[in-house]
Design a protein around this ligand. Structure first.
Ligand code: 13P
Length: 257
């Protein structure tokens, strides 16, 4: 982390977990142990239907409630989709875009991810754009090229003045839900590469201020080491964010200089 230049963000991604009543129970438990967390922003991204329940449950806390996906379309005949304007109207600020599970199971291509990011920005939301390589791609030695392409495509037509609303999350696919975390060095190396791409696109000042997260089996045991890396500005956390004690430990791990 480098708090001098950028915000630290600890973000949970609940994926397709917890009902509305389980969300309330989680919030009630978390509230009893939640640190004031002045050192970082805290966010939980929950399934669309649970957003109002989560907002109600986390009212008067520092925990923000975000979404896990958004439509690339503004409005119209897109059955089952949810627009950026709808999320904005609910009071949502952050939305995850291009998670590898969406890329894998719903064919969210780089171009669609770009459209979703633009739709989010247009509506005044802050996209958390996910990028990451598969194990095969890492073993082929093409991680850098792949990440460069994902970042460049996702940011196409995003104006420099909107970059302060953009968060990037590096999530190596081989580390998601596998218990196999990238080493702190591997995470920092790719996050640094992402910052280099942003510097080439937008200049040093923008690059220095963009929050870049790491995600992939981050938990209460390894968060401190990952967050100690200079280019890891926070975490996007799946499994461990579903457990109040673990999420609390991770938030506390962000309290370091
Ligand atoms: P896990 O923390 O469960 O590996 O999930 C990471 C992730 O996909 C967050 O978006």
């Amino acid at each position: 982390m480098n708090r001098r230049y950028r915000k630290t963000l600890i973000a949970g991604n609940w994926k397709m977990n917890k009902t509305a009543s389980e969300t309330k129970a989680f919030a009630d438990e978390l509230k009893t142990m939640l640190p004031k967390a002045k050192w970082c922003d805290v966010l939980v991204c929950v399934p669309y239907v649970n957003i109002p329940a989560a907002q109600k449950a986390f009212k008067d806390t520092r925990v923000m409630v975000g979404a896990e996906n958004v439509s690339e379309y503004e409005k119209g005949a897109y059955t089952g989709e949810v627009s950026a304007a709808m999320l904005k109207d609910l009071g949502v600020k952050y939305v995850i875009v291009g998670h590898s599970e969406r890329r894998q199971y719903w064919n969210d291509t780089d171009v669609i991810v770009n459209k979703k990011a633009l739709a989010a920005i247009e509506a005044g939301l802050y996209p958390i754009i996910c990028v990451g390589e598969s194990l095969e791609q890492r073993e082929l030695g093409i991680t850098k090229e792949l990440i460069d392409l994902q970042v460049k495509t996702a940011l196409a037509n995003v104006p420099a003045d909107k970059m302060r609303h953009v968060v990037i999350a590096y999530e190596p696919i081989w580390a998601i839900g596998t218990g196999r975390t990238a080493t702190a060095e591997q995470a920092n190396e790719v996050n640094q590469e992402i910052r280099t791409v942003i510097r080439k696109l937008y200049g040093a000042r923008v690059a220095r201020s963009v929050t870049i997260l790491y995600g992939g089996s981050m938990n209460d045991q390894n968060a401190e080491e990952l967050l100690a890396q200079p280019d890891v500005d926070g975490g996007l956390i799946g499994g461990a964010s579903l457990v109040p004690t673990k999420l609390t430990t991770i938030i506390n791990a962000a309290n370091q200089e």
